[in-house]
Structure formats: C-alpha cells, structure tokens
Design a protein around this ligand. Structure first.
Ligand SMILES: [Zn+2]
Length: 438
C-alpha cells in the first residue's frame, strides 16, 4: 500500500509560514477592535457575566466555545483593555495576512500537528497577554460541545497560566452554522469564568485538567433555548437543518433529507417534522423520533460508529479541489479523487501542472474534520478541508450532503485508533503484551 505523500507541483513553491511568533498586539488595535466590536453589537440584546474574575489580570488563557464570528467580538468586549492573541485558522488570513499578523493573530492549519503553535502560545503568555483559543477549532455544527482533544489539557499544564472559560449562548441560535447567512433575533449571553488557577494546575494531572475543561465547556444551545424561553419566530428557521440531520430516523436512509421554511423532511419516505419556535421538533404524522435536535445528531453519530465497528464504513468520491499554500488566494487544482476509511485515513489524489500529487492524512494525523457549510470563501457549497502542516486542500464533494457524516467518521476513527495505540503502549510496559503474545 502506497503511503508516501507527493506534493502538488506548484509553479510558485512558496508557502505561508505559520511557524512564526505572533507580534504583541499594539494597544491601538486593542482599542480599535473593541470599538468595532462595540458598534457591531450596538443595539443588540447582550449580557456578559463575569464569574470569579475579580482581580484576575493577564497573563491568562481563554478557552472558548465557537459558534460564529460574533464570538470574537464578544470576547473583545469581555477582555478589554487587555491585549489578546487569538489562534485562528489560516483561511482567516486570506488576502489580509498582514492585517491578521498586525492584530496579533496566530495562524494555524486546522487539525494538524503544529508544534510551533505551542511556542507561540507560550510567548504570548510570557509577554503578559491574553491568549484566546477555540479548542473545538470550528463552529459548532449542532449547538453542542464538539470534540475537544486531550492535548488541550497538556497545553494548560505546560503553561501553568490561569484558565478562563468563555461560553457563549445564543450565538449559534442567532446564526447556526448550517444557515449562517439568515440571522434570527436572539439575545446573546456570554459567561466569562475563571476555571483554573496556577496553583490548581500545578496539583492536577492532565486527565484531571481535561475533566474540568470538558465540564466547563459543555453546552447545549437547544436546551438553553428551552430553559430561557427563547422563541425563534422566523419562518425560515429550519432551512439548512438537513445539512446536519442528514439521516432519516424513520426509514434510515442517508442523504435524502431536505428542509424548507420551518420544516425538515425525508424525500425517500416523505416523513416531515416541524421545527417549533422553541427549537424542538415535532412530526406531522406518527411518532416524533427526536424532539431534541442534538439527540438526532448524536443518534447519527452512533450509526456511523456502528458502521465503522462492523467494518463497513468507507467513502470515495470525486472532488473539486482548491488549495491554500499561501494567503493570497486559493489555487484551483481541478478534479481529484478522495477516499476515507479506517485503515488509511484520508487519501487525496489528483494532478496539477502535469504531475500527480498524493496527500494522505492517516487516522492518527487528523482528529477532527474541518467542515464548511455553504463555504463563502471559494464557492457557495458544502466542503471539507484536509490540511497538512504546510498546505490546505478544500474539497467540494460530488456526493450530496456528505460532510457531516465525514466529520463524525474522522473523529470516531481517530478515537478508535488512539485507543488501540494506548492499549499497545500500555501493554508494552507490562511484562507480557497481550497483543504480542497472540
Ligand atoms: Zn425517510
């Protein structure tokens, strides 16, 4: 089996170097960002609640949930007048790398092993500033906590700086990732809470730190909506919901779901559900399989997990590929072939400038998948991005509505392989390894 990566034959071989230290955010930009955020949110109903924050001065590390661009603005209001270094994905640098560098952003490529990122974070904290990162590393697809890698706990332990959790509520309901263009009227509520002190971090193991992070960053926007009595009266409120609810719980068919107005439906069996103003679902006829949207979403994940366990999961497709080796635009690589399975991970193959390229991300090299719904930077359609340490490949699949399932499969395969590796490593430390003895 071929495993070697073959780089794309670019005419311009230069790459954007993420391996550079961030500059210290000039105070002028700290003020400017605050002012722009203030005016962007002016007139909108919002509340920022600070918990256990008395007397806390930078340096500290913010870990925040991530729902839409508003998160940056609310974080800027919550932390002013302190300088922030935000960790952002490289596509945010598109055509404006200089600006992102000037405001102190730290560029990375999603879900890669970016060892320099650790150094940049340490530098920011050593300067006495606020370091803000979004450990889920993408907008929440369903308004609930996504996968947070264990490496975040190790990062906290290594730095030893206080940790503040910012949890936004309402941002997802206002602009859900699956239909972010059509905004709904929802108040914003952000909590800013000190969750770990340097003394606590010193006494805790990485596992204990991760337990705290998981607990403090757990959220469920649909539960929050119900508890808070928020009604979303916009008639288009379910449009796009089929992008995350892609599997019919009635006839079990995948990728045949659709949505319009306040309804989601299956084009295979015809079953239809209404999304009520309180965010819950109700079937027009027969049983309501899932009234709570995250339950439907989690059920889909379980189906993917079972498929992988049975050894039946595999994906292959023809994709339109656009890469981002630098920040001055995307390179159109044309058609490519991609496959994803539990043995190889992702393998992308194509041709550019007369030479073949091959990009592979083995299961343990990619713990989550960067998915975009209706991606606005290249072509308005769903896509996913496979990044290496020095390039990113945005793939537009030919298969309909596949990206949510791919994201589930990526995480499940990663966790399964990581668990297998842990088992082997642990066994090797024992006198007899149960794997070796077979
Ligand atoms: Zn159906």
């Amino acid at each position: 089996m071929q495993t070697k990566n073959i780089d794309v034959n670019y005419k311009n071989k230069k790459r954007y170097k993420t391996a550079k230290l961030p500059i210290r955010q000039p105070m002028f930009f700290t003020w400017l960002i605050w002012m722009l955020s203030f005016f962007a949110l002016l007139g909108k109903k919002k509340r920022i609640e600070k918990i256990d924050m008395e007397g806390l001065k930078p340096p500290y590390m913010i870990l925040s949930n991530h729902m839409c661009f508003l998160d940056f603005e609310l974080a800027a209001l919550a932390t002013y007048p302190h300088r922030i270094n935000n960790v952002v994905n490289i596509d945010g640098y598109l055509h404006r790398a200089w600006l992102m560098e000037w405001i102190g952003c730290i560029a990375t490529r999603k879900f890669t092993s970016d060892f320099h990122l650790v150094k940049s974070i340490r530098t920011s904290l050593a300067r006495g500033d606020v370091l803000c990162m979004y450990p889920e590393a993408r907008y929440s697809p369903c308004g609930i906590t996504s996968y947070i890698p264990d490496s975040v706990g190790a990062l906290v332990k290594r730095n030893g700086a206080p940790v503040v959790a910012i949890v936004h509520h309402g941002n997802y309901l206002h602009a859900p990732f699956w239909n972010f263009r059509k905004k709904r009227k929802v108040p914003f509520y952000t909590t800013v809470k000190k969750i770990l002190t340097p003394e606590q971090i010193k006494d805790m193991s990485i596992e204990e730190i991760n337990t705290v992070l998981q607990r403090e960053l757990t959220y469920d926007e649909y539960a929050y909506q119900k508890e808070s009595g928020i009604l979303i009266k916009e008639k288009f409120r379910a449009e796009g919901l089929h992008k995350i609810l892609y599997r019919c719980p009635h006839c079990n068919t995948e990728f045949k779901m659709g949505s319009e107005g306040a309804d989601i439906f299956c084009t295979e069996c015809g079953k239809r559900w209404n999304m009520k103003e309180d965010g819950s679902l109700q079937a027009y006829e027969g049983a309501t399989e899932f009234s709570h949207i995250p339950d439907w979403f989690n059920w889909e994940r379980e189906q993917v997990e079972a498929e992988i366990e049975r050894g039946e999961y595999s994906y292959s497709d023809e994709v339109d590929v656009f890469s981002q080796p630098r920040c001055n635009g995307f390179v159109k690589l044309g058609k490519g072939k991609i496959r994803h399975n539990a043995e190889e991970g992702f393998v992308l193959e194509g041709e550019h400038n007369g030479e073949a390229y091959r990009i592979q991300r083995a299961p343990l090299q990619i713990n989550s998948l960067h998915v975009e719904y209706d991606y606005f930077r290249i072509r308005r359609a769903d896509c996913f991005d496979i990044s290496t340490e020095n390039d990113s490949f945005y793939c537009y699949p030919a298969k309909e509505n596949i990206v949510t399932k791919l994201a589930f499969a990526t995480e499940i395969i990663y966790l399964k392989k990581a668990e297998e590796k842990r088992h082997v490593c642990a066994s090797r430390c024992e006198s007899v390894c149960p794997c070796d003895s077979k």
